[in-house]
Design a protein around this ligand. Structure first.
Ligand SMILES: Nc1ncnc2c1ncn2[C@@H]1O[C@H](COP(=O)(O)OP(=O)(O)OP(=O)(O)O)[C@@H](O)[C@H]1O
Ligand SMILES: [Mg+2]
Length: 627
């Protein structure tokens, strides 16, 4: 009954959307290209299976000899020999089974390994737009479930189809040679089982799929509520009871489907056991009558009985083989779908390195609209194509011209949502311009290699991210292998060293979402230190919109002065002290630069800047006098 589980499992595999599917020759070729490196292993596996099947045919024949020759003729010496053969066969089967498993797991796990690495590498190189549109959970499931499903194409089909065909053929031939009428009879009762089994299998499959969905929804609830931000939200709104009730509902559904699934599985197993027992009984009954009449020896009858058990499992499994193979191929297609998602931001052929950048940045007639859905596979989208998707994408920047000389500091100001973050994200090519060009040292950013472009630019985002790792590791992300003294130097310059030194484990304190929580200002200074370690020619700084307290503000200001010295900098500024320091201030409004000049020039002009400035001044004085 060992492989009954295999049969059951394969029958319950998720086969959504299989109806009417065909496998294209192209997919087949690609699947084969993944299997190619393992072709020696595959040959070895098939050979092992064949050998193991033939070895498995032996014991019933030996037992027949024991009855018909050794016992019938009272030959003790022959019996001893047969005993040794039985032991040797068992040992040989054990060894072959071990070898076969080693080969099949080597193929299967190797395939998972190859697919996962390719997927991970492809996905991590995708542009930001891909990640803003993709559901992380769905993507991770592609890397987990579908990769495993695709592996089933090999271990599953190879393991079940190939070995079942061989086992079945070998056993049937042996049975037919022994007594063909009984064999046909044993096969004839099979539809009695196969037909209901297929029905139960389909039911089980639907239940399994539903169970997986219910489980996923329960898990999603947990991950959303148990991350720091979610847990905080639940607490602040005091919704614990509602959350518990909602979770209880989901968990209850998982429980109920678990019971149904267990019952279906058991019915399936019982039916398989029953048909084996019935088949064997029939063989012994009719065969017994033949033996009484002297048409069949007792040994042959026992051998037939033993063989009969071995044909039902492979036959049932083969009756589902087509679906198994199809579902494995569908998994492959889903993996290919991700691998085939084109990456719109790649190095152009012949792209050159940006060597020893001076740090001149220029925006020339830049127009930009956020990319629409076309670059993401539909099945990975957060929401299916919405009404706005077909429509013309809204232009965020509509004709920006700006020249930043090497070593200059330009402050970008403007109302919230005016496109400041968007503008600066075009420099390191997080997005490509829709029209116009961004130039570095006079070269179009798209003509430079991404590696050299990003090496020249250091960015501190509005909400800097830290990995769940030590402070030191987070800093070394900018410069792997940097000596401790370098880290400390950078942190001193960024005015964050004292804070880190006072942490429980100093530079070895784990930070990130789940580690030690740094304040907003501290996090931004740590991000500045990380940027300093990179030592870029161009600095892009997107200041946090939230107001810092006065002390933090002064520290950030000092950190900034240090960070920006001798570098070209593009600062999205929200704080007066930063703005006033800038060489040039540009005001972004409605996707275009409406004003530009020094602080004094713009104040006198009395435009949007003067208005913004007065607002900021009022806000900051109010904040200062409040406590
Ligand atoms: N990934 C995105 N996809 C589509 N639209 C976006 C995306 N990110 C931003 N936008 C839109 O682009 C516009 C400009 O956003 P941006 O983040 O550049 O504003 P901002 O000037 O930095 O604002 P703030 O001062 O509040 O940070 C907004 O209308 C915003 O909704
Ligand atoms: Mg912004």
């Amino acid at each position: 009954m060992m492989s009954a589980w295999g049969v059951m499992h394969s029958m319950s595999a998720d086969r959504s959307g299989l109806a009417g599917r065909t496998i294209t020759a192209d997919t087949r070729r690609r699947v084969w290209s993944f299997a190619r490196p393992y072709r020696r292993w595959i040959v070895g596996f098939v050979a092992t299976t064949v050998a193991s099947t033939f070895l498995g045919l032996l014991p019933p024949l030996v037992i027949r000899e024991i009855f018909d020759s050794a016992i019938a003729e009272g030959d003790g010496g022959y019996l001893n020999q047969l005993f040794v053969v039985l032991l040797a066969t068992a040992a040989g089967e054990a060894l072959l089974s071990l070898l076969g498993r080693r080969l099949s797991s080597g193929i299967g796990e190797g395939l998972i390994f190859d697919l996962r690495r390719q997927l991970f590498d492809h996905v991590q190189r995708m542009p930001v737009a891909f990640f803003t549109r993709t559901q992380t959970g769905t993507l991770v499931s592609r890397l987990n479930n579908d990769v495993i499903g695709a592996q089933g194409a090999f271990t599953g089909t190879l393991g079940t189809v190939v070995s079942n065909v061989i086992t079945l053929a070998g056993t049937l031939i042996a049975m037919l040679v022994l007594e063909w009428r009984l064999t046909l009879l044993a096969v004839a009762i099979l539809p009695l089982f196969v037909l209901p089994a297929r029905r139960v299998g389909r039911g089980l499959q639907a239940i399994t799929r539903e169970g997986m969905n219910l489980n996923a929804s329960m898990n999603n609830t947990m991950t959303e509520r148990f991350n720091v931000a979610g847990a905080l939200l639940v607490k602040l709104f005091g919704r614990h009871d509602d959350e518990a009730a909602d979770f209880g509902d989901r968990a209850r559904r998982v429980r109920d489907i678990g019971i149904r699934s267990a019952m279906y599985s058991r019915v399936f197993l019982i039916a398989l056991t029953l048909v084996g027992a019935v088949g064997t009984a029939i063989v012994y009954w009719l065969g017994g009558h033949l033996a009484i009449d002297g048409a069949l020896s007792a040994g042959t009858l026992v051998a037939l009985g033993l063989y009969t058990v071995r044909i039902y499992v492979p036959l049932t499994s083969l009756s589902n083989a087509r679906v198994d193979v199809m579902s494995a191929f569908v998994s492959f297609e889903r993996v290919f779908e991700v691998l085939d998602t084109p990456n719109p931001i790649t190095d152009r052929p012949g792209a050159r390195d940006l060597r020893q950048p001076a740090g001149r940045v220029e925006f020339r007639g830049v127009r930009f609209a956020y990319p629409s859905a076309e670059s993401t596979p539909e099945s990975l989208e957060v929401a299916p194509a919405s009404a706005t998707d077909g429509a013309e994408a809204v232009e965020v920047l509509s004709g920006v011209d700006l020249q930043v000389e090497a070593g200059q500091m330009v402050a970008v100001v403007g109302p919230s949502g005016s496109g400041k973050t968007t503008l600066v994200s075009l420099v390191p090519r997080l997005y490509d311009v829709t029209e116009g060009a961004v130039l570095l040292d006079g070269a179009d950013a798209r003509d430079l290699t991404q590696a050299s472009l990003r090496a020249a630019i250091g960015t501190v985002t509005q909400d800097p991210h830290l990995f769940h790792d030590t402070v030191a590791s987070n800093l070394r992300y900018a410069r792997p292998g940097a000596a401790d003294t370098l880290l400390i130097e950078a942190c001193r310059a960024a005015r964050i060293h004292d804070v880190i030194a006072a942490l429980p484990d100093g530079y070895h304190t784990v930070v990130g979402e789940r580690g030690y929580r740094l304040s907003g200002g501290e996090k931004q200074r740590l991000a500045i230190a990380r940027m300093l370690l990179k030592d870029p020619a161009v600095v892009i700084l997107d200041e946090a919109t939230s107001h810092l307290d006065t002390e933090n503000e002064a520290l950030v200001q000092e950190a900034l002065t240090e960070a920006l010295r001798g570098r070209t900098s593009l600062v999205v500024a929200h704080r007066l002290s930063t703005i006033v320091d800038a060489d040039v201030i540009v005001v972004l409004d409605g996707g275009v630069i409406t004003e530009s000049g020094t602080h004094d020039e713009l104040r006198l002009a009395g435009g949007l800047y003067a208005e913004l400035y007065d607002g900021l001044l009022r806000a900051e004085t109010a904040q200062r006098t409040e406590p």
